[in-house]
Design a protein around this ligand. Structure first.
Ligand code: TRP
Ligand code: ZN
Length: 464
């Protein structure tokens, strides 16, 4: 379906483009306005790859006024007469490409930019976008608040899956990772937080500007900006890893501190199993606003709506390997994030005296056959059920069945090798199955077909 969308755009473009002079390569095209994910055909774009987003955001919580400037460094993957960025709800006042004013249209969440001259294939280019407006109440396909989520005393972002475009112009697909710089200007007394490390802070004229630098390339759904009544504290993880926590002054700070103090031990525990923590910093944002009802594994800095419990922190930390570093190309493979983070929660829980993964499995397996756990397919849940229990629980159960099928040693090796994959090569379930088959020497087709893609409660797996 996505291929069709992309193809029709290309056909239209080449039909309308001036014929290429011989020997100069194909005529420049209009870059696709979708990124090729059947769950979210309008998210993402074609024809370029972003290297860096520099986001300059000025926000006033009381009025929800956002005035912003984005500087985007990218590289053309084809000759481009025009290209698009995803941006919803906000208004664009000017666009420049390599410093020159560019033509643009902004409709239906697509900002289509036409530079004065076409971009050559492989050319590096810089896009500047001036934009802003009053932030709204965007909701994701499950109906939950997402994107830029405003509260009376601040705002935080939860982009997953396609909400980044509610606050910045973006190539909103998980496979186009980029570095980020956030320069966030807020009224004095409000604190702003982004991914990565705080590199500057200055006050003038009743406003304070915070600069955060996120050098480890990250998917757009993991980009984060939060503004609120936060207190920043720092801690150290293994190998001197900087841990920067932002805890809302209005939550039970002792309770928050008690759970966040476990992060270094959790990182060490996962490092033993999954390999070195993949990024240059970590930490949490704990906000007092619990309305979104979920936590999110933003790269280096998960966000919690209210003081989290220990298993939630263990879950979001595990995502740094499973999802943030090793990232699915398509949203249908969301179980590669949620099933794995849930399984990691089980491992951490067991290490602190809780039930074993097999006991967790047995308890979940007791769920009656008519339950939604058995009807939603973890391997292709559909956009409205991306965060259904089946994706988390049946996903983690799939891993436990794999473990009993291939044995503890092979399973440990599979997890470690999976977590060790290159962050820039997006993955799919077939890649995971291929790895598990290669490590175990077993044909695992039926196992994955039954547990991920077949409706109904699977027969009890044979004991190991
Ligand atoms: N990925 C998040 C986590 O598991 C969960 C999440 C994101 C979510 N968006 C959601 C859950 C919307 C429910 C509804 O940590
Ligand atoms: Zn999760």
């Amino acid at each position: 379906m996505a291929t069709l969308v992309g193809a029709s755009v290309l056909v239209l473009a080449s039909g309308a483009a001036p014929a290429a002079a011989e020997g100069v390569g194909p005529a420049p095209v209009d870059g696709a306005t979708g990124g090729g994910d059947p769950y979210f055909p309008a998210a993402g774009n074609g024809g370029y790859d972003v290297a860096h987003y520099d986001l300059d955001l000025s926000y006033t919580p009381q009025t929800r006024a956002l005035t912003a400037h984005a500087t985007i460094e990218a590289r053309a993957l084809q000759g481009l007469r025009s290209f698009s960025l995803d941006l919803r709800d906000l208004d664009v006042s000017a666009v420049r490409v390599d410093g020159a004013a560019a033509g643009f249209t902004h409709r239906g969440g697509e900002l289509v930019v036409t530079p004065v001259a076409p971009l050559r294939k492989r050319a590096r280019f810089v896009v500047d976008v001036d934009y802003g407006g009053t932030t709204g109440q965007p909701a994701d396909p499950t109906g939950a608040l997402y994107g830029w989520i405003s509260f009376p005393d601040g705002a935080f972002t939860g982009n997953e899956p396609d909400g980044a475009s509610t606050w910045y112009p973006v190539n909103d697909i998980p496979s186009d990772k980029a570095g980020y710089t956030f320069t966030v200007d807020v009224p004095d007394g409000t604190v702003a937080v982004g991914n990565g490390k705080l590199t500057d802070q200055k006050s003038a004229g009743g406003r304070t500007t915070y600069r955060w630098q996120a050098d480890d390339p990250q998917a757009s759904y993991l980009a984060m900006a939060a503004t609120g009544n936060y207190v920043l504290t720092t801690d150290r993880g293994p190998h001197g890893l900087p841990i920067i926590n932002a805890v809302d002054a209005d939550v039970d700070r002792a309770a928050a501190q008690a759970v966040l103090a476990k992060q270094p031990a959790m990182i060490a525990f996962y490092e033993d199993r999954f390999g070195r923590y993949p990024f240059g910093s970590f930490g949490a944002v704990v906000d007092d606003n619990d309305e979104p009802g979920y936590a999110l594994e933003n790269q280096t800095r998960p966000i919690y709506a209210g003081v989290p419990d220990e298993s939630t922190v263990a879950h979001e930390l595990a995502h740094q390997w499973f999802g943030d570093k090793v990232t699915p190309r398509l949203w249908k493979d969301i179980w590669l994030n949620e099933g794995f983070a849930t399984y990691a929660e089980w491992l951490w829980g067991e290490s602190t005296g809780g039930p074993s993964p097999q006991q967790q499995f047995d308890q979940a397996y007791a769920t009656p056959a008519g339950d939604e756990l058995w009807s939603v397919l973890p391997g292709d849940p559909g956009p409205a059920d991306m965060f259904a229990t089946a994706v988390y629980q049946r996903g983690a159960m799939t891993l436990q069945v794999l473990r009993t099928t291939i044995g503890d040693d092979a399973f440990a090796k599979v997890l470690r090798q999976w977590a060790g994959r290159d962050r820039d090569r997006p993955v799919g379930t077939d890649d995971f199955r291929a790895l598990a088959e290669q490590v175990s020497g077993k044909d695992l087709d039926a196992l994955f077909r039954t547990w991920l893609y077949t409706p109904g409660k699977p027969a009890a797996p044979a004991p190991a």
